[in-house]
Design a protein around this ligand. Sequence first.
Ligand SMILES: Nc1ncnc2c1ncn2[C@@H]1O[C@H](COP(=O)(O)OP(=O)(O)O)[C@@H](O)[C@H]1O
Ligand SMILES: [Mg+2]
Length: 291
Amino acid sequence: MSAPTPRVALATAGEVPDLDDEGRLLLAALRERGVDAHPAVWDDEAEDWAAYDLVVVRSTWDYAERVAEFLDWAARVASLTRLQNSLAHLRWTTDKHYLDELAAAGVPVVPSLFLAPDDAPDHRWLEVEHVVKPAVSAGSRSTIRLGDDDAQRSLAHVRSLQAQGRSVLVQPYLPEVDTAGETAVVLLGGEVSHAIRKGPLLQRGAGPVDGLFAEEEISAREPSAEELRVAARAMEVVAGLGPTAYARVDLLPTPDGPLVLEVELAEPSLFLDTAPGSADRLADVVVARLA
Ligand SMILES: Nc1ncnc2c1ncn2[C@@H]1O[C@H](COP(=O)(O)OP(=O)(O)O)[C@@H](O)[C@H]1O
Ligand SMILES: [Mg+2]
């Protein structure tokens, strides 16, 4: 008797029920490997998660405003079948407070000040150009860039996020991104696969993004040795939670070297379409997890 065909769900958002382009690349690569792979909308009540051998989180970009519901879903899926990345990774990565943990472990990160929903505003950052964003955020939503003369707007944005019960993250705006862009290092099965350059996203005086995510300007990039070293140090911390199928470490350039902006283990775009062979590599990792 031959082994039953494994079934894999690629979890996505209701607004992109058929996945994005790279999700469809992964879907095709899995099917080429004999896997019965399907997109599945994470908050679709009718979805039978237990019917899959593995659920891979991919384009669930709408979780940021309801992270508790998302993590409850992930916990339920993890109790019914295998989940990639794991529940522990999803809990860790969805709240940018992990930047404090990385800093404590000696990983260079973008200087970050967190305000809980009931914390009094802290005026320290108002004298420099800075960024205000939710601690739980995705797709640059609710993220704004403010000048050193924008105190009122800044405080208003902090308060409006706090009023929604959200913790707030304030960072200095790192201006080198305007010319050099951001570097995203993509790891598949824990190994560096490829990297991209992402153009700057935040304009002075602009309001927050509406829609699922900000339009991004992406191109393939050869990461520097220093960027690879910092990404590897961040991934050492992540490895403490177990192996990842996919990960993306985003780095901002500074005159003193790259700093970690974000470690994305939930629903990062992996820019598989910029790196020939990468969808096949990820499919191989997924198939290995099925064994
Ligand atoms: N401190 C910062 N300095 C410069 N640019 C920033 C900073 N924080 C965020 N940005 C810009 O905003 C974008 C979104 O912020 P990010 O922290 O990556 O949140 P998200 O989880 O929403 O992707 C980044 O890709 C970058 O272009
Ligand atoms: Mg980002």
